[in-house]
Design a protein around this ligand. Structure first.
Ligand SMILES: [Zn+2]
Length: 150
């Protein structure tokens, strides 16, 4: 029995939002590495973002729920740790979405997402989650989160 197609699965995964940043999908984040069918089983390879990131359990649960909702029930989620996930796997559009959402995208230069000022101060190495740090813009005085570059 046909259990979905590679394109269909990518489509479904592209609609699964990042549990922490709802404006970007797990595909845009670069977590989904590969989708393939072996016999009739769909094998989805995912790479956790930051090692020990608690979100990986949420990623898996959200993927399972979305696939089952789309009647794809014969699948396996395969975790791949090498090569390690890096913020380079996010494309320009994704970084732009982050910025519009108010999070300074991963880059060596922290830029205020509100006014584009580079005149910022780090308040805390950890924001709401370990993968983000807290900053304050010294021009518009707005606090913001920066997605750490790894
Ligand atoms: Zn600013």
């Amino acid at each position: 029995m046909q259990n979905g197609s590679v394109d269909q699965v990518w489509d479904i995964l592209n609609q699964v939002p990042d549990p922490e940043i709802p404006v970007i999908s797990i595909v845009e984040l670069g977590v989904v590495r590969d989708v393939k069918f072996i016999n009739d089983c769909c094998i989805i390879s995912i790479t956790p973002t930051y090692s020990g990131c608690p979100a990986i359990k949420t990623f898996e649960d959200d993927i399972k729920t979305s696939l089952i909702k789309n009647k794809i029930t014969n699948f396996k989620i395969n975790k791949v740790y090498a090569p390690a996930w890096t913020t380079d796997w996010m494309n320009k559009e994704t970084k732009e979405k982050l910025k519009n959402y108010g999070i300074s995208p991963p880059s060596n230069q922290v830029v205020c997402p509100q006014c584009n000022s580079k005149n910022t101060n780090m308040i805390s190495e950890f924001g709401a989650t370990a993968c983000k740090s807290m900053h304050k813009c010294l021009d518009c005085l707005e606090p913001f989160e920066h997605f750490k570059c790894i």
